[in-house]
Design a protein around this ligand. Structure first.
Ligand SMILES: [Zn+2]
Ligand SMILES: [Zn+2]
Length: 75
């Protein structure tokens, strides 16, 4: 539980929200295949965007971008 809170916290500060342009380009989260909005999603350094909640769940298993496998471990 402590670890979960830690990951949640670091995620929020680490990854910025996408811009409208990013979402115009692609607004489907590939983890759940539903639409994203600026307020409920975030953008990884590789420019791929996902729901914050989906990413949080995903990162419990691996700290990699679900789309391109970019390693996010060393952040
Ligand atoms: Zn999602
Ligand atoms: Zn990526």
């Amino acid at each position: 539980m402590i670890q979960f809170i830690k990951i949640t916290k670091s995620l929020k500060s680490e990854f910025p929200s996408p811009t409208q342009e990013d979402l115009d380009h692609d607004n489907i989260c590939i983890i759940c295949r539903e639409e994203m909005t600026i307020s409920n999603s975030c953008k990884l350094p590789c420019t791929h965007c996902f729901h914050r909640v989906c990413l949080r769940r995903w990162f419990k298993q691996k700290r990699k971008c679900p789309t391109c496998d970019l390693d996010l471990m060393d952040k």
